[in-house]
Design a binder for this molecule. Structure first.
Ligand code: CP3
Length: 347
């Protein structure tokens, strides 16, 4: 492992002198300095302009001192590089467009060359790496194949995932081909991010929560295993995120990643018992817990720390991204509480 940052040590269950903390969506609309940049530039322009992506990535660290930065980008950029039209509507969120049946769409997706087609992302990583304080980790990421498939098939965010589930159940072979194609695109992209300097990679599988454990094992797990196995020799820890730990914990444990993220609906102590002491985890504060009073917030954070950090291999995070109306003072408090927390004797 090239960077023995506190964060990377925790990912590998090595001893640390305080618990590392970072937050999903730590750069975003709850920060006035982010909103200022967004007044002048559309979201995708920020993602695709290395100077802007670097500036925005570093904003929360300058303000709050998290232990890791996450590359400012979006999971949907890789789909654009595969030939799908992508726009972000201020009100409706992302819209993805492509003509033809789902099967025809799968056929026509191309496998991007990261150094050509996603060069702006790699350039941002190189710039962030060069400006990042020593000891602070940089997290790269991609969407996981299933979550990317839902955006592709639905053309955006969905309430019931009707089109995805119909495609999956009615044309299973074509669905598996799509998942394979996505893995073929993600593997070189993640390897290129590692080559450009990230210290860990996180795979975002937000919508795996919509599947039963049986369907998850049939339609998703083998593809995740293939992707993660291909990243094994790359020398950086892999992190899995989804909203589904409460229903899919054991299946997700079989993916083979170094760190599993826990959403807020599962008791972190119980989850760590079920996974076994050797399995590092991150999470699992409800993002809306940041809307409580300072005292209540401290109580919520300490409860998670007490249960979550009983064994080595714990990273404090939310169970999902920071909400855009989050009071900044509570983000500051949260980081301070985690950093002040004394490491008890970890078993
Ligand atoms: O965590 C970070 O700070 C790193 C950057 C990052 C963003 N999106 C920035 C972003 C990461 C890792 C993502 C991942 C992502 N993007 C996911 C998986 C995680 C999750 O939130 O479940 C998903 C599903 C997307 C797709 C996406 N991007 C949607 C549905 C939306 C619109 C909804 C929203 O929250 O605005 C986005 C936009 C987006 N991605 C914003 C940011 C900061 C908001 C853009 C803005 O208006 O400025």
């Amino acid at each position: 492992m090239r960077n023995a940052s506190l964060f990377v040590k925790a990912c590998l269950a090595q001893p640390v002198d305080h618990i590392p903390v970072w937050l999903m969506r730590q750069a975003g609309r709850y920060l006035p300095e982010y909103r200022k940049i967004r007044e002048r530039h559309p979201f995708l322009t920020v993602c695709k302009t290395p100077d802007l992506a670097t500036e925005v990535t570093l904003q929360p660290l300058e303000r709050f001192g998290m232990d890791a930065a996450i590359l400012f980008s979006d999971i949907l950029l890789v789909l654009e590089a595969m030939g799908v039209d992508l726009v972000f509507d201020e009100k409706k969120g992302p819209r993805l467009g492509r003509s033809g049946t789902a099967e025809e769409q799968v056929q026509s997706l191309s496998i991007p060359d990261p150094e050509e087609d996603l060069r702006c992302v790699l350039e941002a990583i190189r710039q962030i790496r060069a400006s990042l304080q020593e000891g602070i980790a940089l997290i790269g990421f991609s969407g996981a194949p299933f979550t990317l498939a839902t955006y592709l098939i639905e053309g955006g965010t969905s309430r019931d995932f009707y089109a995805t589930k119909c495609f999956m159940y009615q044309q299973p072979a074509a669905f598996h081909r799509l998942m394979e194609k996505l893995v073929s695109a993600l593997e070189p992209f993640l390897k290129a991010q590692i080559g450009a300097g990230v210290d860990a990679v996180q795979l975002f599988d937000t919508w795996a929560i919509i599947l039963s454990p049986v369907d998850y094992r049939e339609f998703v797990l083998p593809h995740m295993q293939r992707l993660v196995a291909a990243l094994k020799g790359e020398g950086v820890p892999t992190i899995h995120f989804s909203l589904g730990a409460s229903t899919l914990l054991e299946a997700m444990d079989e993916i083979g990643v170094d760190v599993l993220s826990l959403d807020w609906k599962i008791d972190i102590g119980g989850a760590r018992e079920r996974l076994g002491a050797g399995r590092p985890v991150q999470g699992n504060l409800d993002p809306f817990a940041l809307f409580q009073s300072a005292e209540k917030l401290e109580e919520s954070v300490l409860k998670i720390l007490d249960k979550g950090s009983r064994w080595p291999g714990y990273i404090f995070n939310l169970g999902h991204g920071v909400h855009r109306k989050t009071p900044m003072e509570n983000v500051r408090r949260l980081v301070e509480i985690v950093h002040a927390y004394p490491i008890r004797s970890q078993r």
